[in-house]
Write a protein that binds this ligand. Structure first.
Ligand code: AMP
Length: 174
């Protein structure tokens, strides 16, 4: 995955001082790299085991929707508060300062459906842990959680011990 890793641009001090932002726009504008990332995610799973892909706003939509299309599966968005038009459920989670939340439509997942959750990046794990709770509140069965990038120095996996977690690219230090 070294070739894919090199396509990711690090933008220092964005959106605030001290953060090294992993910019995936340099990867996805490259046709070969984008295809390789979707194909590599697809090869981690047996699509027969998965009914629906859940992608987290907003960069999880890019990878999740492409994978859903490749497999011929449906796609369900998990969104930031106030964006979904129909009846939704919400899960709040703690940030370093304050809190945030994610939402899903109440009828997005049928009980017992096998779900693969996708996001671009695992940092502290708060966002994806909240998304996983939403899926479980709708009685979805989480078969796996997949990321393009993991910042393993932030130890987000510790919040996801109950799940089968996979990441294509790891950054072990800032
Ligand atoms: P977290 O809840 O801390 O795991 O944060 C994950 C979400 O925040 C993902 O949806 C990422 O897109 C975004 N994010 C967090 N840290 C970074 C970073 N260093 N570079 C790019 N995106 C990030």
């Amino acid at each position: 995955m070294e070739d894919l890793k090199q396509k990711i641009r690090n933008v220092q001090d964005f959106p605030k001082p001290g953060i090294g932002f992993k910019d995936i726009t340099t990867l996805i504008k490259d046709a070969t790299a984008f295809k390789q990332s979707i194909d590599t995610i697809a090869n981690q799973y047996n699509p027969a085991d998965i009914d629906v892909i859940v992608g987290i706003e907003s960069r999880g939509f890019i990878f999740g929707a492409a994978l859903a299309h490749e497999w011929g599966k449906g796609f369900v968005p998990v969104r930031k508060p106030g964006k979904l038009p129909a009846e939704s459920i919400r899960e709040e989670y703690q940030l370093e300062y304050g809190s945030d939340a994610v939402e899903i439509h109440k009828d997005a997942i049928s009980p017992g459906q096998h779900v693969l959750i996708i996001d671009d990046l695992l940092a502290t794990g708060g966002t994806v842990a909240a998304a996983a709770k939403l899926v479980e509140r709708l009685s979805g069965n989480i078969m796996g959680i997949c990321f393009l990038i993991e910042l393993s120095f932030l130890k987000g996996r510790e919040k996801l011990k109950r799940y089968n977690v996979h990441a294509l690219i790891d950054f072990e230090e800032e």
